[in-house]
Structure formats: structure tokens, C-alpha cells
Design a binder for this molecule. Structure first.
Ligand code: FES
Length: 109
């Protein structure tokens, strides 16, 4: 029997060397988001989801990048101030937070 998680939240914590042209989510504070998500999920009594550190999600310029599966909802430019709203509105209430939702885009090759 698999673990009882209905949802996984992937937080990119990829770090690149300073000066990298793509930048990275870690340099924008994403590592601090992981414990904040976990703490807020605990505070909201959410036991059936998992906050996962992730490697690069290939949306570096839009980071910190966070995605929620199996829904496939992506957030960009997430800050500590956004975490509670994402947890309460989306992860608990089922309503994604549109103001931080990553707009669809075509990846340049
Ligand atoms: S470094 Fe976070 S999406 Fe690439």
C-alpha cells in the first residue's frame, strides 16, 4: 500500500553558482519556503499531503517555483508571505491562489 498522500507540493531548492545566467530558486529564498509550508500545513491539520524539496523544475527565471500535483498547478515568485495563503486557500480549501500562479509559457530551447 502506498503512503496516504493525496497531494505533493514540490518546492524547487536548486542552487547554482553565483553569476549563473539562469539564476536559481535557492538564491531567491526557496530553501526557507520548505519549513514554512510544513509548519503551515501542520497548523492547518493537513496530514494527507507531502511537502517535497525538488531539484530544478525548469522554470528558473520564474522562481522560486512551486508546483502542486496531481493537479499540476504551478506557482512562481513565491515568497514567505505567500505560503499561508497557498496552504489555506489551495491545499486546504481547493482554490488555487491566482495572483501567484505561473502563467503558461513556451519554454525557449
Ligand atoms: S532553479 Fe528552480 S526552477 Fe530551475
Amino acid at each position: 500500500m502506498p503512503p496516504p498522500f493525496r497531494t505533493h507540493v514540490f518546492v524547487c531548492t536548486n542552487r547554482r553558482p553565483d553569476g549563473s545566467p539562469k539564476g536559481c530558486c535557492a538564491s531567491k529564498g526557496s530553501e526557507d519556503l520548505v519549513p514554512l509550508f510544513k509548519k503551515e500545513c501542520d497548523a492547518q491539520g493537513l496530514k494527507d499531503l507531502r511537502i517535497n524539496k525538488a531539484g530544478c523544475l525548469d522554470a528558473c527565471e520564474r522562481g522560486p517555483s512551486v508546483c502542486v500535483y496531481p493537479e499540476g498547478v504551478w506557482y512562481g515568485g513565491v515568497t514567505a508571505d505567500d505560503v499561508k495563503e497557498i496552504v489555506v486557500s489551495h491545499l486546504k480549501g481547493g482554490v488555487p491562489v491566482e495572483r501567484v500562479r505561473m502563467a503558461p509559457y513556451v519554454k525557449k530551447s
